[in-house]
Design a protein around this ligand. Structure first.
Ligand SMILES: [Zn+2]
Length: 360
């Protein structure tokens, strides 16, 4: 059987990794442009200030068509041959798409471990107001992913926990794709490699083993072996896992939830964690598995009920719209190995909510 694997050219994770950026850029030569998230703009622009031929730009805040066009214009104007995306998932995805459009090298400097965006050749575009528009499959992965553990550990712990929520989907969505024999996101779509499946499974085991210790360390502002394990799971393993094995209803429900403005204050991984629990209900997985994952999410403060998503007043009509959006043509929800309909998806979401309240 055919198979394919994709990933970033290099992945480096260490304290102070940002100091290596200049060495890579000077080895490659040419001009560079760094797009920096506003939340970390002062710290990062100071850290890269001495690097020659590097233009510094502040990210506008949304990975939208207008913002991508603005960055593409800047890249063309400066003649940059390397684009660095520094920040959270949206800044990273904007940099990836803009670099691809201009043929530039891609470097990713995640400043939070909140999503599996950094390593992948997948980018998500939103409207100006934050509504999911399109998941793009890019022709290249980042050339380099530099994870500075000190910067990641200095970010609010909520981001790390959201990253655990995003990474929690990786194995369960991989399992959906394996069961439904759906192709992955590599080079137009192939069955997964053994490596891809092993990484997705290992990601899950690391989360179960290390997450409580890692979150405690992050809360105390300390970098420990457990925190390093979780950062690798959130960024590298989850990224390789989803790209090489595929997403299913956990991310589909996340995308669907973005049609409800009440959920816009939540982070990607927080909604994905809830979507993961709904996926397990939709697939009718073992009672103990679903209950264990509800307890795991609750122990970290990830949302496990509609009320915790800010949807305490939600109507059947609204969740029907969420389910409809999650089942739009081309949505990854279709990789879920069960008979799918708007009704079955809607009812799984409500049922998970009810079950979670019983478990707790
Ligand atoms: Zn995700």
């Amino acid at each position: 059987m055919s198979r394919a694997f994709g990933g970033p050219g290099k992945y480096i994770q260490e304290r102070g990794a940002i100091a290596r950026l200049g060495d890579f850029l000077s080895a490659w030569g040419g001009k560079s442009l760094i797009l920096i998230d506003r939340a970390v703009f002062d710290r990062l622009s100071a850290a890269v200030a001495g690097i020659p031929d590097l233009q510094i730009l502040a990210f506008g805040g949304e990975c939208s068509a207008a913002e991508i066009a603005r960055i593409v214009a800047q890249i063309r104007e400066t003649g940059a041959s390397t684009v660095i995306g520094a920040g959270g998932g949206k800044a990273i995805d904007t940099a990836k798409i803009a670099a691809l459009e201009t043929g530039a090298r891609i470097v990713i400097l995640p400043t939070i471990a909140s999503t599996d965006a950094p390593c992948s050749a997948v980018a998500v575009r939103y409207s100006e107001t934050g509504v999911f528009e399109e998941s793009l499959r890019l022709s290249r992965n980042p050339d380099l992913v530099l994870v500075d553990t000190e910067i990641v550990a200095a970010a609010p712990v909520r981001f790390l926990i959201a990253g655990i929520g995003d990474a929690l989907s990786t194995w369960f969505e991989a399992r959906s794709n394996i069961d439904s024999r759906t192709n992955n996101y590599v080079a137009g779509g192939f069955p997964p490699t053994q490596v891809g499946i092993a990484v997705a499974r290992r990601c899950h085991d690391i989360l179960m083993e290390e997450a409580p210790k890692a979150v405690a360390a992050a809360r105390a502002g300390r970098i420990t072996a457990a925190l390093e394990q979780i950062i690798e799971a959130n960024i590298l393993m989850s990224g390789l896992g989803f790209e090489n094995c595929g997403c299913s209803a956990a991310h589909g429900i996340h995308d669907g939830l973005t049609v409800l403005p009440q959920t816009h204050g939540l982070l990607h991984g927080e909604k994905v964690a809830f979507g993961t629990l709904c996926l397990l209900m939709l697939e009718n997985r073992a009672t103990e598995e679903i209950a264990a994952m509800i307890r795991f999410c609750r122990s970290l403060g990830l949302p496990v009920t509609l009320a915790e998503l800010g949807l305490e007043e939600v109507t059947t009509e609204e969740i029907t719209r969420v389910a409809g959006a999650a089942l739009a043509p081309g949505q990854c929800t279709w990789a879920t190995p069960v008979a799918l309909s708007v009704e079955s998806l809607r009812d799984a979401i409500f049922a998970l909510d009810a079950f979670a309240r019983e478990v707790l």
